[in-house]
Design a protein. Structure first.
Length: 267
C-alpha cells in the first residue's frame, strides 16, 4: 500500500513537471505575445523611431540623387543648337538671328571692304541684276557712268584696262584711268572710316555740282549712307571736303549695292 502511494506521488510530480515545461519559456526566435495594453504603450515609441529612421535615410538618398539630376538639368538648360550663317535672297550674309542687316550695317561692311580693297567682299553686295554704278561726282550720269556686274567688280582691282569715267570738273578733261587709279582718286581718297561723319538718307556734303541722287535713286526704293569729311587741310578752309555715298536698293528687308557716288568741292 505504501509503495503504491509512493508510485502515484511520483507520477503526479512527473505530470506537473511536464506541464510546466510545456507552458514555460518560448522557443527561440518566437516573440512573446503582447497584451493590448503593452501594444498601446509601445506603439508611439516605435512610430517615433521609425519616423526618425525614415528622415535619417531620406536625405542620404536625396544627396546621392541630386547631383546627377542637377547636372542633367543644367546640361539640358545650357545646351544650344549650333547656329548657321544664312544668306538673304540677294545673296548677302545675314546676322546670327537670320535677319538681313540694316542699311547701316550693310554700309559698314561695304566701306570696310572698300578700304581694304577686298573686291570679293565688295562684289558680294553688288545687285545681282543691276550691277554697280560708279559716279565720280554728285551728279549721277545714267548714260555715261560706268556700271559693272558682280563678277566684273570682283576682278576690277587687278584689271589694267584704262576706261573713261567721264570728265574732270573744271577742266573738262577725260577721266581716263584704270580702276586702281580711279579708286585712289574717286573712291577711297580719304579716311572715311576714321574721320567721316555718317548720315542715312541725308546729304551732308554740298558743292556746286548738282546732286540728283534722289531722282536717279528714289527714296521709296533706295537707301543711301553718306560718309562726309568736312575738311582735310585746315589751311584751305574746307575747300578739300570729301563725301562718299553708298546707294542700296531695298529688296524687302534686304539691301543690294547699286551705286558708289564720290563727291567733293568743285570750282
Amino acid at each position: 500500500m505504501y509503495f503504491a502511494k509512493k508510485i502515484g506521488g511520483l507520477a503526479l510530480i512527473a505530470a506537473m513537471l511536464w506541464l510546466t515545461a510545456c507552458s514555460g519559456t518560448p522557443e527561440a526566435g518566437t516573440e512573446p505575445k503582447q497584451t493590448p495594453e503593452q501594444t498601446q504603450e509601445q506603439t508611439p515609441e516605435q512610430t517615433q523611431k521609425q519616423a526618425e529612421q525614415t528622415q535619417k535615410h531620406a536625405p542620404e538618398q536625396t544627396e546621392k540623387q541630386t547631383p546627377e539630376q542637377t547636372s542633367t538639368a543644367q546640361s539640358a538648360a545650357t545646351t544650344e543648337s549650333p547656329q548657321e550663317t544664312e544668306t538673304s535672297s540677294t545673296g548677302q550674309p545675314q546676322d546670327l538671328e537670320g535677319l538681313p542687316p540694316s542699311v547701316e550695317e550693310a554700309a559698314t561692311t561695304v566701306i570696310r571692304s572698300i578700304k581694304n580693297k577686298d573686291m570679293k567682299q565688295l562684289a558680294a553686295w553688288v545687285h545681282r541684276d543691276k550691277g554697280l554704278r560708279f559716279s565720280p561726282y554728285a551728279y549721277v550720269d545714267t548714260k555715261n557712268d560706268l556700271v559693272f556686274t558682280r563678277e566684273e567688280v570682283e576682278g576690277l582691282m587687278n584689271d589694267s584696262t584704262k576706261r573713261v569715267w567721264r570728265t574732270f570738273a573744271g577742266s573738262g578733261d577725260l577721266i581716263e584711268l584704270t580702276f586702281a587709279d580711279y579708286y585712289k582718286r574717286f573712291v577711297y581718297d580719304a579716311d572715311f572710316i576714321q574721320k567721316a561723319e555718317i548720315a542715312v538718307n541725308k546729304g551732308l556734303g554740298q558743292g556746286t555740282t548738282i546732286n540728283n541722287l534722289n531722282e536717279v535713286y528714289p527714296k521709296e526704293q533706295y537707301d543711301f549712307v553718306e560718309y562726309h569729311i568736312a575738311g582735310i587741310d585746315p589751311s584751305v578752309e574746307g575747300m578739300d571736303w570729301r563725301s562718299l555715298r553708298l546707294v542700296f536698293e531695298k529688296i524687302g528687308e534686304d539691301h543690294a549695292l547699286v551705286g558708289i557716288i564720290h563727291d567733293q568741292w568743285t570750282p
